[in-house]
Design a protein around this ligand. Structure first.
Ligand SMILES: CC(C)(COP(=O)(O)OP(=O)(O)OC[C@H]1O[C@@H](n2cnc3c(N)ncnc32)[C@H](O)[C@@H]1OP(=O)(O)O)[C@@H](O)C(=O)NCCC(=O)NCCS
Length: 211
């Protein structure tokens, strides 16, 4: 795409085209792209609140293609991607991940986890795509549905399909935007945990939603 020299000097260099979002299930082949999107969305969300070395150490350790390959190989893990593009181009062009939600067996060692609990471990979207139109399987825009809500709805459906009865998640107590989003989705506070990011001990709130 040719770059407009006037626009490129203005404050908002985002392209004029409206990029639509479609959800699709991640497969093993998505692990490298997921690692990149996972790392970049994590850094975009949290560099403001954590020391640089800690957040980089955490990202390098947790957002690797190997780590996502491991998750994707587990039958109790579901990863749904928010990808750019339209499902009418699938499978030739299966879109670029700009967000995702990861559902897995709970990894909350200090919390009283029940056998039918499942964890919404990560839900991340690049900020630029949080208001993009969401398309259905036929490529039509779904009215009044934002990408994060589509990801949340998909993971609630997946959790129920896995016979889970409670959805858990941990989030930093200062992550007010995410907390407002979780509360709007019926999550209530259920406990706390400490969470290691590099050398920093963070205090997370644990939220739960009955399914
Ligand atoms: C968390 C996330 C998926 C939510 O998606 P979203 O599109 O931002 O969610 P919404 O805009 O629908 O909802 C956010 C809510 O927070 C509110 N909000 C926004 N900024 C806020 C702030 N600084 N303080 C308090 N509330 C805030 C919004 O008004 C909205 O509330 P409403 O439902 O009452 O209108 C998305 O913000 C994200 O990817 N964040 C970065 C990654 C992250 O933090 N993930 C969670 C880690 S546990």
């Amino acid at each position: 795409m040719a770059i407009d020299p006037i626009k490129s000097t203005t404050q908002n260099p985002a392209p004029d085209i409206i990029e639509t979002i479609t959800l699709r299930r991640a497969t093993a082949a998505d692990a490298p792209a997921l690692a990149l999107t996972g790392a970049a969305t994590f850094l975009e969300a949290f560099t403001w609140m954590l020391p640089g070395p800690d957040i980089l150490a955490h990202t390098l350790k947790n957002h690797t293609a190997d780590a996502y390959t491991h998750y994707l190989a587990d039958p109790n893990t579901c990863v749904t991607l928010a990808v750019t593009g339209s499902p009418v181009t699938f499978p030739n062009d299966s879109g670029t991940p700009v967000g995702y939600v990861l559902l897995c067996t709970p990894e909350l060692p200090t919390f009283n986890v029940l056998p039918t609990d499942i964890e919404l471990k990560r839900i991340y979207l690049f900020s630029r795509f949080r208001t993009s139109p969401v398309l259905d399987a036929r490529g039509a825009t779904i009215p009044n549905l934002r990408p994060a809500q589509a990801l949340m709805d998909a993971s609630v459906a997946d959790a129920r399909a896995l016979d889970a009865t409670r959805l858990l998640l941990g989030t930093h107590a200062g992550n007010l935007r995410a907390i407002a989003f979780y509360r709007r989705n019926g999550f209530t506070e259920a406990g706390t945990r400490t969470f290691q990011v590099g050398n920093q001990q963070c205090c997370d709130l644990i939220f739960a939603k009955l399914l």
